[in-house]
Ligand binder design. Sequence first.
Ligand SMILES: NC(=O)c1ccc[n+]([C@@H]2O[C@H](COP(=O)([O-])OP(=O)(O)OC[C@H]3O[C@@H](n4cnc5c(N)ncnc54)[C@H](OP(=O)(O)O)[C@@H]3O)[C@@H](O)[C@H]2O)c1
Length: 274
Amino acid sequence: MAKKTILITGASSGIGKATAIYFAQKGWNVAATMRLKEDTAMPDFEKYPSISIFNLDVKDNESIKKAVSDVIQKFSGIDVLFNNAGYSLAGAFEASTDEQIRKQFDTNLFGVMNVTRAVLPHFRERKAGIILNTTSSGGVLTFPLYSVYNSSKWALEGFMEALQYEVRQFKIVIKNIEPGTVKSEFVNNISFVSNVDYDHYAQKVQQNTLDSYKDAATPESVAKVVYKAATDNSSKLRYPATSQAKSAFFFRWLLPLNMFNKMVSSQAEKEIKR
Ligand SMILES: NC(=O)c1ccc[n+]([C@@H]2O[C@H](COP(=O)([O-])OP(=O)(O)OC[C@H]3O[C@@H](n4cnc5c(N)ncnc54)[C@H](OP(=O)(O)O)[C@@H]3O)[C@@H](O)[C@H]2O)c1
């Protein structure tokens, strides 16, 4: 049987990198795409000849088109697209600039739309294709200081949930991978904004949030969920990808929204004196 091919965005680290390695170990061709800059620390894929690296910045349409076309040419097709690249802006909304908010949406939402639009004609032609997306538990729930990140991931969840209807006729399936906290570069790359009036609140809440990373899942465990989503032949939309996410979704299902919100703030805002 011909080897299957997955195109992954944001494969330079974390979930994307772990997924590239896991799929290669499972015998897939992997197009590990990433922003190739002069200072890019290249991931160590040498042990995996079926992984090839391509330049793709989700904010740059030309790089998207070139990467998609190069991957199709090299592997004679793409079976699975994994929209994974993303990062978080965090902190007091009032302190975020228009530019910072737009960059968050350019990466987490418009970037995914652009990559998806570049791959859809190929999937339609083949009458097959799976689109996986790393959303987040923060794409279904909300957390203090993450209003911009949460809204970008909620938009992504909504976009993909709506898109699934119209592409089903071409046998294209969409699935959202929803992790809670994961040990990766994500937490180090959080772009944190604040101003003096929020500092007392913001510093404590952010510290409590960072503390929750001690129970974070590994990228490798998320990669296994991605593999399941790519191979289980189901049309299920949502894949909670860590135990933290599963338990948060359970409480959100169980409790009325105001009680759930109180539960979130009692965790995130603990030790804040008002
Ligand atoms: N870690 C968590 O706690 C967590 C929880 C829920 C959801 N997520 C989501 O999981 C996804 C992967 O994050 P991660 O945890 O693996 O963090 P990570 O280690 O920081 O990886 C993020 C990846 O996205 C890439 N990226 C960022 N902007 C990009 C752009 N404009 N074009 C192409 N690639 C870009 C990064 O590339 P560079 O190396 O070039 O920056 C990196 O490869 C993200 O969508 C994130 O929102 C993470």
